[in-house]
Design a protein around this ligand. Structure first.
Ligand SMILES: [Zn+2]
Ligand SMILES: [Zn+2]
Ligand SMILES: [Zn+2]
Length: 306
């Protein structure tokens, strides 16, 4: 993942031409829930969070980044523009200034009364180029650049966008993940495996990335390894699929896994290792009771260490 190689230090929301908002770097690993996941990680004090901007979501097509626009109060067209308006004293017609000129003289376009600058009222207003009506002030709306829907401000859903970056705790946490990967990689190398990190593996019709891949061409054996702080059932199932006919190892950096994970590993012959305080690999680990239903934070945890 980008954060892990130190290239991308911050996730900055990106609004593209169609108004779609995303966290491009985060989404490559955590999917559409990136927003929520990043917020969750900030709650866990691994990331700092700074307000960036506020966007509105279209009630029709869910596109983010609706644009503010003024519209004509008569026909709702956004093609109502600021104009200098004149009002005829005789018939009260209010029209844009240029409509009052007749052979350089001021003349009412409606009742044809001859006017001078002294007997017309002048005001700032809006002239609509669609229905030709004039108004003192326009209406305020949100406009969707994707589906063209124009809606009341209160119908657009607000979303706050923030900038995220690793703080000290997050950095240390990330380092612990990366060190664990290095340790298992070295352990495999010393046992005759050729290793690669962040290996993309075809599994179950999908391409998945595993943290460490080891191959022993001499003995024709392979091993897939994932390193997690909090392991989800989804993580271990993915590992099981990715192993093919080879072995699979799960390294837990927290020293424990939930019971369903431990059961799954036992049933499928997946080896679980933990990292000790000194970073060394051990075969002891704790099993904690409770559900392994992945929380967003857990999902991020598995994603960030990829
Ligand atoms: Zn008039
Ligand atoms: Zn209009
Ligand atoms: Zn829309």
């Amino acid at each position: 993942m980008d954060l892990s190689d130190g290239v991308v230090e911050e996730y900055i929301p990106d609004v593209d031409e169609s108004g779609q908002v995303s966290y491009p770097n985060a989404e490559s690993t955590v999917g559409e829930e990136a927003n929520a996941v990043l917020e969750g990680l900030a709650d866990r004090d691994l990331l700092y969070q700074e307000f960036e901007e506020k966007v509105y979501i279209c009630p029709s097509c869910d596109t983010e980044g609706m644009q503010y626009t003024t519209v004509c109060p008569f026909c709702e067209s956004p093609y109502a523009v600021e104009a200098e308006l004149l009002e005829c004293r005789e018939c009260k017609t209010k029209r844009p200034r240029d409509e009052f000129y007749e052979r350089d003289q001021l003349e009412c376009p409606s009742c044809n009364a001859s006017l001078t600058e002294d007997n017309v009222y002048e005001s700032e207003g809006y002239a609509c180029h669609d229905c030709e009506e004039c108004a003192t002030s326009p209406e305020h709306r949100l406009w969707c650049r994707d589906c063209d829907r124009i809606t009341l401000l209160e119908n657009g859903t607000e979303r706050v966008l923030c900038r995220y970056g690793l703080n000290q705790t997050g950095y240390e946490w990330l380092v612990s993940q990366l060190e664990a990967r290095e340790t298992i990689q070295e352990a495999l190398a010393s046992r005759g495996f050729e290793t690669r990190t962040d290996e993309r593996v075809e599994a179950g019709g999908e391409t998945t990335t595993i943290h460490v891949y080891g191959e022993d061409p001499l003995l024709d054996r392979s091993v897939v390894v994932d390193v997690h702080d909090l392991t989800t059932l989804e993580d271990i199932e993915r590992l099981q699929t990715a192993r093919g006919t080879g072995s699979a190892i799960l390294v837990t950096t927290s020293g424990s896994v939930d019971e369903p994970i431990a059961n799954f590993a036992r049933d499928h012959g997946i080896k679980i290792l933990s990292t000790g305080q000194d970073g060394s690999l051990r075969s002891e680990f704790d099993v904690s009771e409770g559900s392994s239903k992945p929380t967003l934070i857990q999902r991020f945890t598995s994603a960030v260490s990829q």
